[in-house]
Design a protein around this ligand. Sequence first.
Ligand code: PMP
Length: 287
Amino acid sequence: MKVWFNDNLVDSDEAAVSVFDHGLLYGDGVFEGIRIYGGRIFECDAHVERLFLSAKRIRLEIPYTRQQIVDAMNETIVANDLTGGGYIRLVITRGPGSLGLGPFDCHSPSVFVIADQIVLYPKEMYDKGMAVIIAKTVRTSQRMLDPSVKSLNYLNNIMAKIEAGDVGVGEAIMLNEKGFVAECTGDNLFIVESGKVVTPPLSAGILPGITRSLVLRLAGKLGMPAAEENITIERLMGADECFLTGTAAEVISVTKIDDRTISNCEAGPVTKKLHAAFHDYTESNDW
Ligand code: PMP
């Protein structure tokens, strides 16, 4: 496998950051996870825009233009022969510096692109739905480190993911400090109530998911009522359907939350329609 690392395509076992890199020492950096469909970078502009915005928010200057970043991703796709489908991990770290946490002596960010195949969940899980828990770990507050910044510091999410692993399920729903549903550890969340599609607003303290906004657009195109509203645990548990969205997971149904069964252990009709519309869109040439 070839990895794009600071301007060069190198063998994956040669692609390594310094032990002094603040991305490693402090989680100081930003990243994106991006799908490749039909050899093309999916929602490329939106991902590159979110990357630059995240970097700006942590005052990290990316030493490349947007076009150079896109070119680096395309070179990596070709070098790894991923002209069918795959997944890109694009990472910008603060770069090597001293042992102090100040970023001021980090002058050369590490920029790398990994491109590989990905299968997150088995196919039957998309029909039968997945079981999730509500995590005790609270989502980081917007007043601490705003979850809209896709930083390398994912420990908040990892602690919730460990809770899910402890009870043998694949995802955990995280609540915000007010007790409203925020998102899952690596996905956004939707519920369906009497045919209406509802997802938490950005003000709930979530990553502005690119799949989330596509699903909202697709719901609009399908004539489904959709809204961004705060969701309480009671509302979540009483929903007709629940599903998650994310670059890696795409659109996946949730049929069990803690001990409560949702939509009879089967993807519900609205989830199925949006799942199909999502795949029609990714397989089309309209993007
Ligand atoms: N929330 C979190 C915390 C995530 O890590 C992700 C995955 N990037 C998402 C939501 C989904 O975002 P997207 O649809 O842009 O992949």
